[in-house]
Design a protein around this ligand. Structure first.
Ligand SMILES: C[S@@+](CC[C@H](N)C(=O)[O-])C[C@H]1O[C@@H](n2cnc3c(N)ncnc32)[C@H](O)[C@@H]1O
Length: 193
């Protein structure tokens, strides 16, 4: 098994992605890939894109790396780190798409502050996103989805656009939600200025 991709943790300079992937293809970041099912599916479906997954749980990051190795996903990488930290290292306008699928719901109200989607995180998504690029968001938790939409829609530099069904996840979380009869909601927001 190859090691997780380990950048030196210093702010990255514009134009660093070709050093990571060895080509100039557009780069999508998946925040919280879990076991990497979506990462595998999308990196195989879109060979002319690169996919950079950021997973804060070490065991899951290792599972994703194993999947990358097993399936020889040459256009996929995973790092073990909190996404907030990785994004803080990225130059502005350096990402061609974000995927956030089924973020941890943190059901209890007193735990809501641990949720990934905050005003500050949305500002970082927007800062690092290239113009005309999108944030693809999926959740099966109604109030979390509504809260995330409020944050995304409140940003004047982002505009909601129709979602593309081929960008949706078919992960264990998606299957569980469907089996429970939960509604899966998806949104897409484009950076417009
Ligand atoms: C509910 S799981 C969903 C996994 C996957 N997206 C899927 O649909 O199967 C949420 C994942 O996000 C990861 N995660 C949560 N907060 C994170 C953060 N701040 N940075 C990176 N990963 C995070 C968790 O460790 C977990 O693997």
């Amino acid at each position: 098994m190859t090691a997780h991709y380990q950048p030196d943790w210093s702010p990255l300079q514009p134009g660093f992605w070709p050093d990571v992937f060895g080509n100039e293809h557009p780069v999508a970041i998946e925040v919280g890939p879990g076991l990497g099912e979506f990462l595998q599916a999308i990196s195989q479906a879109e060979p002319t894109w690169n996919f950079f997954a950021v997973e804060q749980d070490g065991k899951r990051a290792t599972a994703v790396q194993r999947r990358i190795d097993r399936h020889q996903l040459i256009n996929a990488r995973v790092v073990w780190a909190p996404a907030e930290y990785v994004l803080s290292l990225l130059p502005g306008a350096s990402v061609d798409r974000f995927h956030i699928q089924f973020p941890d719901p943190w059901w209890k109200r007193r735990h809501h502050r641990r949720r990934l989607m905050t005003r500050a995180f949305v500002a970082e998504l927007r800062r690092t996103l290239k113009m005309e690029s999108t944030i693809e968001f999926v959740s099966d938790v109604e109030d979390y989805f509504a809260m995330a939409q409020e944050l995304l829609n409140a940003d004047p530099d982002l505009s909601e656009v129709p979602t593309s069904p081929e960008l949706l996840a078919t992960t264990s979380f998606a299957r569980k939600a469907a089996a429970r009869g939960w509604k899966i909601s998806a949104s897409s927001h484009r950076k417009i200025r």
